[in-house]
Design a protein around this ligand. Sequence first.
Ligand SMILES: NC(=O)c1ccc[n+]([C@@H]2O[C@H](COP(=O)([O-])OP(=O)(O)OC[C@H]3O[C@@H](n4cnc5c(N)ncnc54)[C@H](O)[C@@H]3O)[C@@H](O)[C@H]2O)c1
Length: 303
Amino acid sequence: MANSPIGNIASLQDKIALITGASSGLGRAIAQAYAAAGAYIVNADLGPTPPAAPTIEQINKADYTTPTVDLVNKNYPSTKPDVDRASYVKCDVTDEESVKGAVKFAVERYGRLDIIVNNAGISAESSSPSYDGTFKRIHETDVSVLDKTLAVNVRGVWLGTKHAVAQFLAQEPHPTFGRSGSDVHRGWVVNLASILGSVGLAGGSAYSTSKGAVMQLTKATALEYAKDGIHVNAIQPGFTDTHLLENMYARGENVGQTLSSLHPWGRTGRPDDIARAAVFLAGEGAGWITGTSIVVDGGYLAQ
Ligand SMILES: NC(=O)c1ccc[n+]([C@@H]2O[C@H](COP(=O)([O-])OP(=O)(O)OC[C@H]3O[C@@H](n4cnc5c(N)ncnc54)[C@H](O)[C@@H]3O)[C@@H](O)[C@H]2O)c1
């Protein structure tokens, strides 16, 4: 809509977005939503294809075998002659050189970087071999669960922010949305936290700890870069049907019903519910938003 006072809050036209963990779940949905909004995508993940998730596949009725970048390139063809709409780079977010390499890849391929979505994350409690459908308390939990969780969910977000922000500072603001009024916007960091960054979950001591840390990391780095025009925000999803919950579905009883009943809206989240918030937080609608989070949880945290 030309000359609208709210601008075009659904547009990410020609922005370059690096999304960690976009081979599966929320990252995969965010990649598609960003491409639909006009962005170019780099998927930085351990592998290009979603992990097998039979129950979740059934729930989402999605094609869970096609690599994310193929899906995006098919549905949202590039309008530039020399690059695909989406590209894949192998990346382990726990490894600094690997994260630095993913940012370098994005810049070499697309010329710049405007958005990072620090999305890669794990639920080590429910994916541990000892998980039998019930969560263990801390005295029954091996410390390796904590170490693995913090490495991906906290160190990964910290490293992604560090290397993306270094690139934001080194380049000129994006020409189509570098300036809005008197403000300069240099970049957008979107971190995937969780409702469990605000409340606890018995049996999820490592995961809850990691998501609380992501909330604080979001605030601290927002303060560090506000003067530079770099936005840092988080999303707090409720339980959303992705591979992350696959073991809970596979090993527990009536999990769908139980999880749905925890959310006042009466259902669990769908990846697209979260992707819409991720578009908003990387665009013009979030022009004066930094250091906070959007809760997308069907009312879970209102209780
Ligand atoms: N699904 C939910 O209920 C839910 C709720 C709240 C928050 N979240 C958060 O959303 C984010 C995405 O989760 P999801 O539900 O889409 O899970 P998912 O398992 O479907 O996808 C996670 C992706 O991260 C990748 N990944 C894991 N470790 C990695 C590493 N070391 N380096 C690079 N990539 C790695 C995986 O390969 C996978 O593609 C996570 O941070 C998660 O904690 C999920």
